[in-house]
Design a binder for this molecule. Structure first.
Ligand SMILES: C[S@@+](CC[C@H](N)C(=O)[O-])C[C@H]1O[C@@H](n2cnc3c(N)ncnc32)[C@H](O)[C@@H]1O
Length: 407
């Protein structure tokens, strides 16, 4: 069975920065470069599965990796998803913009040699693209905008949160209460007809995978290209636990007790995703939550919606609540864990889109208006992408709730 049926990344990679604890990172969520383009639908009916279940095939080679940026990007429907099952690892298949990552808002993503070269095998002066060891040469130095560097660093921290042994404590704080609650809410899950659960803003997909392993048909939804590329890599390309090594804290020069803390290696993933015991139907769907799920065939189709560190990513949180209510079945549950650190709260420029920043009290009122009743509510203390060995530990007192849609 096809593990990866389609992957359609959004054109924009914006809004994927949640404030972690890296004091080197800017404390704003979004920069001018982070604007989401008006056209946000990202899915295609083009599916180009490149199968590869044996080890050598599944190891991404450099030429396979290039496919990611070389293929054409066509957007037609919103329905395509990344699927995986337990037995098969299928290659990343996507359609990318005809100019690959070298177009429009993606320009900045290219690692360019000199000022003119972009997506070319030759640099501006006609020389061949330099070898890896030439990068120190001032003529061929990489020009990557800081905003993109920050995003990559953010993703690296998210790898630790979701997929490294070091992130276990944080996962226990954030994901375990949600998984326990799902277990409690759906005690009689049967394999023949598993309940369905949607995870909007799924990040690197670990929570969605854990929900799948619990016996749900689980779907993660995510609109950050950075997140999707990375989760696709981990979910679909990993051959064994601990296969990859990163140095996630190497860029953080502050608050280290010992040099070795900053220099320490972290291997991931802590589990082999394909062997984790997922329920058939596990998928990742790329796209903006409100746009993708406001489709009429989504109405009343989910038994549970789980939001973790997500609802404050909204320009308009009322729209999120309304969409969650719409897509849940009557009697379905919405489990939430997260703060209200509204991502667009600091957007003051006139061209910025709106940001509605409700208090927790008012978010609950909105939810009640859309037919929810509160069943369980508490505060849970957590970190978010924390470096466990740092001298600085930011803690959130997150709101956890279970609401049921009554009408
Ligand atoms: C703070 S992160 C949390 C990720 C994950 N839930 C976790 O707990 O680690 C918020 C995620 O929501 C995604 N996101 C933000 N707005 C979104 C939208 N409108 N539709 C889909 N995903 C969105 C971001 O790209 C980011 O990955």
């Amino acid at each position: 069975m096809s593990m990866l049926q389609a992957f359609e990344p959004p054109l924009d990679m914006s809004q994927d920065i949640y404030i972690g604890e890296d004091e080197n990172l800017p404390k704003s969520h979004c920069s001018e470069n982070d604007k989401w383009p008006s056209e946000r639908n990202i899915c295609s009916d083009q599916t180009l599965p490149i199968s590869g279940s044996n080890t050598s095939d599944s190891e991404p080679t450099s030429s396979e990796t290039n496919k990611l940026t070389d293929q054409s990007f066509e957007r037609t429907t919103k329905e395509e998803e990344i699927h995986m099952d337990e037995s098969t690892v299928e290659k990343f298949s996507s359609s990318v913009h005809p100019k690959g990552l070298c177009n429009g808002s993606m320009d900045d993503l290219n690692i360019v040699a000199g000022s003119d070269a972009c997506c070319s095998n030759s640099s501006a002066n006609g020389r061949e693209t330099p070898h890896a060891h030439d990068w120190m040469d001032p003529l061929t130095r990489l020009h990557v905008p800081l905003v993109d560097v920050d995003k990559v660093r953010c993703i690296i921290r998210n790898i630790v949160r979701d997929w490294a042994p070091e992130g276990q404590n944080e996962r226990d704080q954030c994901y375990k209460p949600i998984l326990d609650e799902l277990n409690h809410q759906f005690p009689d899950r049967c394999k023949e007809r598993p309940p369905t659960c949607l995870v909007p803003g799924a990040g690197l997909g670990r929570l969605a995978l854990e929900i799948s392993c619990l016996g749900f048909i689980s779907q993660g939804n995510e609109f950050s290209y950075y997140m999707m590329i990375c989760s696709n890599f981990i979910l679909n390309y990993t051959q064994m636990a601990g296969e990859w090594t990163i140095y996630p804290w190497i860029h953080s020069n502050c608050n280290s007790l010992f040099d070795k803390d900053q220099l320490r290696a972290v291997s991931f993933p802590d589990i082999h995703p394909s062997s984790a015991g997922i329920t058939e139907g596990f998928s990742m769907c790329a796209g903006d939550f409100v746009e993708v799920y406001n489709d009429e065939n989504q109405e009343g189709s989910w038994d549970a919606v789980v939001t973790c560190f997500f609802i404050d990513t909204a320009h308009n949180i009322v729209e999120y609540v309304e969409t969650i209510s719409k897509i849940l079945k009557t009697g379905g549950v919405w489990i939430n864990l997260g703060p209200l650190l509204y991502h667009f709260a600091d957007s003051y420029a006139p061209e910025d889109e709106m940001s509605i920043e409700l208090s927790l009290e008012d978010v609950k009122k909105v939810a009640f208006h859309y037919g929810f009743v509160m069943e369980k509510e508490k505060i849970i203390e957590t970190t978010y992408t924390a470096n466990p060995l740092s001298m600085m530990q930011n803690r959130y007192f997150t709101s956890f709730w279970t609401m049921r849609k009554n009408k």
